[in-house]
Design a protein around this ligand. Structure first.
Ligand SMILES: C[S@@+](CC[C@H](N)C(=O)[O-])C[C@H]1O[C@@H](n2cnc3c(N)ncnc32)[C@H](O)[C@@H]1O
Length: 216
């Protein structure tokens, strides 16, 4: 591991807005009270990388709590550092495998989920690893409030169509979808937030897909 990555890894150990692996167990079911010290709704950004969505939304909506989840500590470092420098108290990060999400959140604890430019896992043999596969949807069902929305923003056309098919197959509720977000009339303050990977795709003139759905 490079020196910079090692430094970031050791720094996030000390950050009060970052929980790593089993450090997060104790807050299962009570993040609002235990970490955020309020009763506000909890919104998750999955595969958050540097956490641009969690950070951007936390700035816009101080009356909601935001958490970014990713396995890579050196990426989480960026969002967590910005959150601390700006004194944003409604933002935290959890470094975990998203597969283990049920170990960290309780029934109906989560108001909304954002999945931002997740790895598309194009190989059929990795289908179960897609963050909108049936396996993950069933996990989200256990932690989302009734009617809680799931938002997927992706450059990957296959993952977009796979998610639309999954919504139909599982009889989920489709709220919004577009294969070309910036040519659509859906863009607002939140959907205008751009992540590190999104900026790379936009430079290559890639269309950005967006879908919003709920489980009931
Ligand atoms: C393509 S990057 C997108 C990062 C960020 N959302 C962005 O748009 O810039 C995908 C991220 O998902 C994370 N990731 C992929 N699979 C994961 C998993 N199963 N659990 C936790 N993080 C995962 C990776 O570490 C990586 O940071």
């Amino acid at each position: 591991m490079g020196k910079d990555k090692l430094r970031k890894f050791s720094e996030i150990n000390e950050f009060s807005n970052v929980y790593q692996l089993e450090e997060g167990y104790a807050n299962k079911g009570k993040w609002a009270q235990a970490h955020f010290k309020n009763e506000n709704p909890l919104v998750l950004e999955l595969a958050c990388g540097k956490g641009e969505y969690a950070l951007g939304m936390a700035r816009i909506y101080p009356d909601k709590n935001y958490m970014g989840l990713d396995l890579k500590g050196n990426r989480i470092w960026r969002g967590a550092k910005s959150g601390m420098e700006e004194n944003i108290t409604n933002l935290a990060f959890l470094r975990i495998q998203i597969e283990d999400i049920l170990d960290y959140f309780g029934p109906a604890e989560v108001a909304e989920i954002w999945i931002t430019f997740a790895d598309p896992q194009p190989r059929e043999s990795r289908e179960k690893k897609r963050l909108t596969s049936s396996i993950f949807i069933e996990k989200y069902r256990q932690i989302l409030k009734p009617g809680g929305k799931i938002n997927l923003k992706t450059d990957n056309d296959m993952l977009y169509h796979y998610t639309l098919d999954k919504i139909a197959e599982l009889n989920l509720v489709l709220h919004k979808s577009t294969a070309d977000l910036y040519q659509s009339d859906l863009v607002d303050d939140v959907l205008s937030i751009k992540t590190h990977y999104e900026n790379i795709y936009l430079k290559k003139q890639k269309n950005i897909n967006y879908v919003q759905f709920s489980l009931s």
